[in-house]
Design a protein around this ligand. Structure first.
Ligand code: BJW
Length: 255
């Protein structure tokens, strides 16, 4: 047996013995759906830009055309993408836990909607959604957006600027999302931290919080992150490969 197999078996044991599972997901979970992670080098026209500088209210105020073109480019990429085996495995795990009277809540930092499209029902969008845009003046939200905007920045019917309904650096996370996240971290028995660099707060603090409340903690990531030090079990691998193995093992263990 390889170390990988032993780690998967340990993860299976932890999860199969639990009914309440919290998951913190990050951009790495969507990497196998060909959505570049936040800290990957950007592609094509966007190669020379730094995402950390574009994802701020200051960048939008300075150059709303550039920022909304970037978000619209990414929105269309997300619409073209399909959920991968990692997303599907988490949706399957939710079904397994529901069948035994438990729950799986996915706290996602992703704005792409792929967990929901994979079938996960309890998803908390910590950083908003790129599929929804909102009016900078009235706060009204728009979901049925055109395939491509006619102008950048796009305007609301009243002529005010629209912005993506995402959380930029320095902005507060939606209150209800944050409350759910604290509740999940405080009450889950197992907490999975998957595909995130674990550097952006407050999300990066949830793993430690779950641990302090007594949850067993597992990280799945090809690379080491600050969370690797915190968790009980660190699995080095891709979520699209590791999660299906774990969930198949959990199903088998509970047969
Ligand atoms: C794979 C893989 C595969 C690859 N399988 N894995 C405490 C300490 C220090 C700083 C702060 C703090 N508290 C707050 C701050 C400031 C700031 C912050 O954290 N800064 C840090 C950079 C230091 N936080 C904020 O500003 C937050 N707001 C806030 O706290 O407000 C307080 C407030 C209260 C009241 C009033 C006002 C304010 C907001 C943070 C918002 C983050 N927004 C973004 C943009 C969203 C929209 C968009 O997508 O454009 O969210 S930034 C960006 O980072 C995005 C992501 O969701 C987030 C996290 O990134 P993620 O998901 O981890 O992706 P990557 O690319 O970093 O990592 C990918 C990982 O996947 C890697 O590890 C790979 O190895 C791995 N991987 N392939 C599995 N196949």
């Amino acid at each position: 047996m390889t170390t990988g197999d032993a780690q998967i078996e340990r993860a299976v044991e932890m999860i199969a013995g639990a009914r309440r599972v919290g998951v913190l997901s990050g951009a790495g979970v969507s990497a196998e759906s060909r959505i570049p992670t936040f800290r990957d080098a950007m592609e094509g026209l966007w190669r020379s830009f730094d995402p950390q500088e574009l994802a701020t209210p200051e960048a939008f105020a300075r150059d709303p055309e550039r920022v909304t073109r970037w978000y619209d480019f990414r929105r269309r990429k997300c619409l073209d993408a399909q959920p991968n085996p990692g997303h599907l495995a988490l949706a399957d795990l939710e079904e397994v836990m529901r069948d035994r009277g438990g729950w799986v809540t996915v706290l996602t930092q992703n704005v792409d909607g792929l967990h929901q499209r994979a079938g996960s029902r309890d998803v908390v969008e910590l950083h908003g959604s790129i599929m929804t845009w909102r009016c900078c003046e009235s706060g009204r939200r728009f979901r049925d957006l055109p395939a491509q905007f006619e102008e950048y920045p796009p305007k609301s019917p009243e002529g005010a600027l629209l912005r993506p309904d995402v959380v930029w650096f320095g902005e507060a996370l939606p209150e209800t999302a944050l409350e759910r996240a604290y509740e999940v971290a405080a009450t889950c028995e197992v907490f999975l931290t998957v595909g995130t660099s674990s550097v952006v707060y407050p999300a990066a603090g949830f793993t430690q919080m779950a641990r302090e409340h007594g949850a067993s903690t597992i990280e799945i990531n090809p690379d080491e992150t600050p969370a690797s030090e915190v968790v009980d079990l660190s699995i080095r691998g891709r979520s699209g490969e590791v999660l299906p193995l774990i969930v198949a093992g959990v199903r088998k263990a509970l047969e």
